[in-house]
Design a protein around this ligand. Structure first.
Ligand code: COA
Length: 183
């Protein structure tokens, strides 16, 4: 099991994040993971999933992760799940096997205190160990917080798919951001 203590060490906004643990998710974390995801679905900027999901619907997705190659991590603070990051298949063709898509979600109560950054930094650091050569993120063009977060950590805009999604009758763009992993 991967356990990392991220010491953010200051009181910012609504939360003190003195001790944040990032660890492999357990299946018992799934309700909290789903709750964070469903809040993001309602925001209409984070995901192309438009209807809320149930815990049962996400069990197969959860079990598709593996700590050794395609982990799902949660950030835990004081026994509360504050956010999560998942590694998943980018495209199901073998030439893309070393390229992995990541998704990161932070609970609203814990946003803007550096947690998204901490999760993403760990993903970049651990990618060599996981045999990953490139990381990509598929982000709506209007998801400014996420685009800024990824770009701050060295991701570049690799692909732009205009008006490819329809969200509540509004056409939305998709940006693919990417970063090669050296070594
Ligand atoms: C995007 C998201 C993960 C950012 O997480 P976070 O923990 O709030 O971000 P951090 O506090 O680590 O911020 C790191 C940087 O991201 C950018 N950022 C984060 N939130 C932002 C916002 N609301 N507006 C503008 N920039 C933002 C900033 O550049 C920030 O650096 P700064 O604080 O020095 O300005 C979070 O907003 C979230 O969970 N959103 C919903 C889910 C989502 O859209 N995920 C992306 C799809 S994969």
């Amino acid at each position: 099991m991967t356990v990392v203590t991220v010491n953010l060490g200051e009181i910012v906004g609504r939360r003190s994040l003195e001790k944040m643990i990032i660890r492999d998710a357990a299946e018992s974390d799934l309700p909290a993971i789903v709750e964070i995801y469903n809040t993001a679905i309602r925001s209409r900027i984070s995901t192309a999933q438009l209807e809320p999901v149930s815990v049962e619907e996400k069990v197969a997705w959860f079990r598709g992760h593996s700590p050794q190659s395609r982990p799902l991590w949660v950030a835990e603070h004081d026994a509360q799940i504050a956010g999560w990051l998942s590694f998943h298949v980018f495209l199901p063709r073998s030439a893309y096997r070393d390229t992995v898509e990541i998704s990161v979600y932070v609970s609203e109560q814990f946003q803007r205190v550096g947690l998204g950054r901490a999760l993403l930094e760990k993903a970049i650091t651990d990618s060599s160990r996981l045999g990953i050569h490139a990381l990509v993120g598929c982000i709506f063009g209007h998801n400014e917080p996420s685009l800024r977060l990824f770009e701050k950590l060295g991701f570049e805009r690799w692909g732009f798919l205009p008006r490819i999604a329809r969200v509540d009758e509004i056409e939305r763009d998709l940006m693919i951001v990417g970063r090669h992993i050296s070594g």
